[in-house]
Design a protein around this ligand. Structure first.
Ligand code: SAM
Length: 329
């Protein structure tokens, strides 16, 4: 057993280290899974890509396993009567957390890229599209020199700690045109899909859950369009549409926590294609991914931070959920 599923145990131990402090429930569950032969064997029957703790724990929660709650609740559910339904959810769902706070780190780069023009925004992998609404949130950036806030008093707020010479915008950008491109978009009006999004937020992260709910409410008033498609194949058509339908706007392709879903060679191909599109003046490119996930976008960033890229250059480090921005130069 140990030899057969050693990589499952190792992955759950690694996840426990990653979750410690942010979700003690999931950290404890993951450590317990790694020692539990029966649960490890149950996981071992899933396709490797479906064994990831985030997906498995969220599926169990969707089927009523209390979290926070003891490991025994999770164990009894997967090995007992709920096991088949949980397995079915794992096989039919994917992790696609939508974190609007990332906009607080993306907005300075989006504004720089726009150069004073309205935005024609194309988001790759937007999930439910909460980051497609930069003009509908308000922002509070805390800098060493004090706070900088923009946006309407009634708009839900995204806050972020800033260091370095970040070009914080004086006002929210105008968005002339927007569209997402996602292989499995989430319709914000679909209660069941929204429940799945909520379940993906770790149990102790009450602030993130509240922000998600505020974002869903905001998006439901006028949901952003999201095209179903693959960023590896369908982006050029969308760029063409943006130019045709918003000829005076700056076309900006943006993505956060998405390229990790691609295989290595696809990541390289995507980067090459984006650099070419930027060089040809077809679009600007704002990216927020872990260092090296876009292979040429590598920077030394604090633990838990992603690299913020502007037209293929690393310009900042950004907390993975948008809580902090460290402008590099
Ligand atoms: C972790 S979510 C990120 C959501 C959002 N960008 C954010 O920062 O909150 C990743 C999204 O990428 C989408 N995705 C994965 N592979 C894709 C592909 N090849 N083409 C388009 N979308 C993809 C998934 O469906 C999912 O909605």
């Amino acid at each position: 057993m140990l030899e057969l599923y050693g990589e499952v145990r190792a992955a759950y131990r690694e996840f426990a280290r990653y979750a410690a402090g942010a979700s003690d429930t999931f950290a404890q569950w993951a450590l317990a899974v790694a020692e539990d032969d029966e649960v490890v064997a149950w996981l071992g029957e899933l396709p490797p890509v479906k064994r990831q703790p985030n997906l498995v724990f969220a599926a169990a929660r969707l089927h009523g396993v209390p979290a926070p709650g003891p490991y025994e609740g999770f164990r009894a559910a997967v090995l007992g009567g709920e096991g088949v339904a949980i397995r079915d959810t794992i096989l039919t769902h994917a992790t696609q957390t939508n974190e609007a706070r990332r906009l607080a780190t993306l907005l300075p780069a989006l504004t720089l890229a726009a150069g004073g023009r309205p935005l024609a925004l194309i988001e790759l992998g937007p999930s439910a599209g909460l980051c497609l609404l930069p003009d509908r949130w308000s922002y509070r950036w805390r800098t060493p020199n004090g706070e900088h806030t923009i946006g309407g008093p009634d708009d839900p707020e995204l806050d972020c700690d800033v260091t370095g010479p970040a070009p914080l915008p004086a006002e929210r950008p105008a968005v002339a045109w927007r569209s997402g491109l996602d292989i499995a978009p989430i319709d914000v009006r679909d209660d069941e899909r929204v429940r799945w999004l909520e379940t993906l937020v770790w149990p102790e992260q009450h602030e993130r859950l509240a922000r998600l709910r505020a974002g869903v409410e905001l998006a439901r008033r006028d949901p952003p369009p999201i095209v179903t498609g693959d960023l590896r194949r369908d982006l050029d058509a969308l760029i063409d549409r943006a130019h045709a339908e918003a000829p005076d706007a700056a076309v900006i392709v943006v993505h956060s926590a998405v390229i990790m879903y691609l295989e290595g060679s696809d990541r390289r191909d995507f980067e090459a294609a984006m650099r070419e599109r930027v060089a040809e003046g077809r679009c600007h490119w704002v990216s927020m991914e872990a260092s090296g996930v876009v292979p040429g976008l590598v920077a030394e960033v604090p633990a838990g931070h992603l690299v913020l890229g502007l037209d293929g250059d690393a310009v900042a480090s950004a907390d993975q959920h948008g809580a902090a921005l460290g402008w590099l130069r």
